[in-house]
Design a protein around this ligand. Sequence first.
Ligand SMILES: Nc1nc2c(ncn2[C@@H]2O[C@H](COP(=O)(O)OP(=O)(O)O)[C@@H](O)[C@H]2O)c(=O)[nH]1
Ligand SMILES: [Mg+2]
Ligand SMILES: [Zn+2]
Length: 289
Amino acid sequence: MEKGIITKGVGGFYDVLINDKILRCRARGIFRKDNIVPMVGDNVVVSIADRAITEILPRKNQLLRPAVSNIDILGIVIAPTHPMPDYYLVDKLMVNAEYNGVEILLLINKTDLVGDSTIDGIIDIYKPTGYPIITLSCKQRIGFEPLLEIIKGKVVSLAGQSGVGKSSIINILYPEKQLETGDLSYKINRGKHTTRHTKLLTLPSGAMIVDTPGFSTMNMDELEPQDLAYLYPDFLDYNHGCRYNGCVHDQEPGCRVKEAVSDGMISEGRYQRYVRILNELRELRRNIW
Ligand SMILES: Nc1nc2c(ncn2[C@@H]2O[C@H](COP(=O)(O)OP(=O)(O)O)[C@@H](O)[C@H]2O)c(=O)[nH]1
Ligand SMILES: [Mg+2]
Ligand SMILES: [Zn+2]
């Protein structure tokens, strides 16, 4: 019995990485009755002699798109322009990752397209979160050393708007495997390409990266509106200073979080998008009950 990690699944077979070697295995029928299907990222126990996965170890999290488990870091990619940043998507991905116990890394790519002040403006929004922020240019190959350092030994997935450079980043990190990159204008053709299977690529640093960037939305059905603010590390210093117990920092008077927004300690935009997500969660509750 050996432990390994599933790097790929194709047609009932699974590639399991065991001590730097890949063993192609079948999954034993036992999982089917428990309704667990092995997935990329799963830590598994393998019987080498039988070439079979005999046990799937508990998952710490599970992404839906791409389907992958046990992610350590979600790299949220943003570009200052082409496309213009969708901060709402960024914040939602952050909330999602926080809720599922995934570390967050903000990657600002395409820094070659704008001046420093534009990049600083993006950094200012997210600095109070304390999330690591790395500025990159795939075109100029800048920023990849700190990126490799931070993902060393971790399982990483990238997410973000189409066209921000997710595939380009993976290509630079893992040049042997060339993913399709495309101009926004060619997007229409992309659906036609051959079906690809999600795969975990092992980088020389021991990091593993999912080769299929996605929106990586995870399950948030059980998130209660009053718990949302706790997923904002930039709110945490102020959360407990509100006049009312259970303040959700919306309409309540004496709200310390809103004060921190006025004082410039929390980004105004972050706060406004927080209220938008809060209202969405409330709406979701109304529809469920
Ligand atoms: N100027 C510039 N263009 C980039 C950079 N990174 C990627 N691109 C281009 O942006 C386009 C979209 O990149 P792609 O990696 O396909 O984005 P994805 O949709 O997030 O995977 C491609 O034309 C890339 O060549 C960068 O750092 N600077
Ligand atoms: Mg891509
Ligand atoms: Zn409050």
